[in-house]
Design a protein around this ligand. Structure first.
Ligand code: NAG
Length: 447
């Protein structure tokens, strides 16, 4: 520093210029440190105390989903040597909040209601209705209606990004009495910042304030702290925990909702029945139920089928991702549409997955899964999961034209299969091998 001050005047620079040089040299490191400190503090403030985040971090098992040779999507192998290649689990995804972004796993525990943490939460709007009282007078009543990506104006839900955090006794900030620990973890909910002023915009550019806003809710409602009230979801109205107190008003603004908005948490005391093509209680040994999926506990997609579709729709959608179909299990190693006639399958740990750590020790024998029916597609896959924008025609048009394969599905297209696990406790790993135990006819029954 001293040496520099001594050198600068010798260069015969005007005083303001020398001062400027001295200031920049001294001040830059200070500003840099300050910047790092502020950016670091922002990251830390978003980490719930005493918890660790579940799921894959900055990595996806689907990263190579667009890398394939087009002859890999032909529907049957030429020489008839089927079954040469092993069918494997390529990716596992849970969607903690219905219609919002997913969380990917390398292994996931499951129960008869589906993968752990899948569709345990749902957003709803309060709809006022006028009803007549007993005395004939008009009274204002209302109900909470679940909102999904299907609702035209809610396609931005795709950009809401939940994170699952669970208590971690090895964390330096862990305390058994912390609210984050009492609720057995928290769901951190991130969504894009809207309505930004000049300073926020600048802050976002400099990474000093996040491009996203976040809030958190209990993963499990502590006893007696939330009321379980009716929420309508399709034809069901189960009771669920009302988390509306946590919703920031900016979320409603982001979604473009003008009505009261709430987040509901599935109440295990009020599960929804699986209907339609569901196996019977006699088949399973228990009644098939679920939280907030559309119709069945699990949905499966075959990457080869998606790639075959991608070839058909690439004129409209150049990078067509399997994530548009919101599957829980993505398979690879089978021909396109081979899954269409599966009736029963078994997922067993393969050589790769056997070395993976997992939470339960008796999961090495695998799990049997009933393939209840095909997934009848609505227009939801038209929404791009990365932008929240809805394509006007695709893939809906191609699905209806090419995949109208189920006599029970009317004029709709089918892609993927709906599954009901036979076990009430199991673990699936990426790399697990899949055996097809039974094939047969499918006829979709609307619930
Ligand atoms: C839902 O929770 C909010 C906030 O705690 C409360 O104001 C509202 O009355 C609750 N709704 C019902 C129907 O209980």
């Amino acid at each position: 520093m001293l040496r520099l001050a001594a050198i600068v005047p010798r260069l015969d620079l005007p005083v303001p210029v020398s001062l400027f040089i001295i200031y920049s040299v001294c001040l830059t490191p200070v500003l840099f440190l300050l910047y790092n400190e502020l950016a670091g503090r922002r990251t830390r403030s978003r980490q719930p105390r005493g918890c660790r985040k579940l799921g894959l971090k900055s990595f996806s098992n689907l990263a190579d989903e667009h890398q394939y040779s087009t002859n890999g999507v032909k529907s049957r192998s030429k020489d008839g040597t089927e079954g040469e290649k092993k069918i494997k689990v390529k990716a596992l995804i849970s969607y903690p909040i219905k219609s919002c972004a997913g969380v990917e796993f390398n292994f996931a525990d499951g129960t008869n209601t589906g993968l752990m943490y899948d569709r345990q939460f749902a957003f709803a709007e309060y709809i006022e209705t006028t009803a007549k009282n007993d005395d004939g007078k008009k009274a204002v009543a209302g109900r909470w209606d679940c909102r999904t990506l299907r609702d035209g104006k809610f396609s931005k839900m795709a950009l809401i990004r939940p994170e699952i955090w669970v208590p971690d006794p090895s964390s330096p900030t862990y305390s058994p009495k912390a609210p984050e620990v009492r609720s057995k973890g928290v769901l951190v909910i991130n969504f894009p910042r809207t309505g930004t002023g000049l300073f926020t915009k600048l802050g976002m550019k400099l990474n000093l304030c996040s491009r996203e806003e976040s809030f958190q809710v209990p993963l499990f409602p502590p006893d007696g702290e939330y009321s379980s009230i009716p929420m309508r979801i399709f034809s069901d109205t189960p009771n669920a925990y009302n988390y509306s107190t946590h919703i920031p008003s900016s979320l409603g603004a982001f979604l473009g909702s003008t009505k009261p908005l709430s987040l509901f948490r599935f109440d295990p005391e009020h599960p929804r029945p699986v209907r339609g093509n569901a196996p019977t209680e006699a088949d399973l040994g228990f009644k098939p139920t679920m939280g907030f999926p559309d119709e069945y506990p699990l949905q499966m997609q075959n990457l080869a089928s998606i790639r075959s579709m991608a070839e058909k729709v690439k004129y409209a959608i150049p990078k067509f991702t399997v994530r548009r179909f919101r599957p829980n299990i993505v398979l690879e190693g089978l021909e396109a549409y081979d899954e269409d006639d599966w009736k029963k399958m078994r997922i067993v740990p393969g050589p790769e997955s056997r070395v993976m750590p997992s939470s339960s020790s008796d999961d090495k024998k695998g799990v049997d899964i009933l393939v209840a029916c095909r997934t009848v597609r609505c227009r939801l896959p038209n929404v791009d999961p990365d932008t929240g924008e809805r394509h006007q025609v695709e893939p809906d048009k191609t699905l209806k034209a090419m995949r109208n394969i189920d006599a029970g599905a009317d004029k709709s297209g089918c892609l993927g299969m709906m599954l009901v696990p036979v076990s009430q406790k199991f673990t699936i790993h990426v790399g697990d091998e899949v055996e097809v135990l039974e094939r047969g006819e499918h006829f979709y029954i609307k619930e």
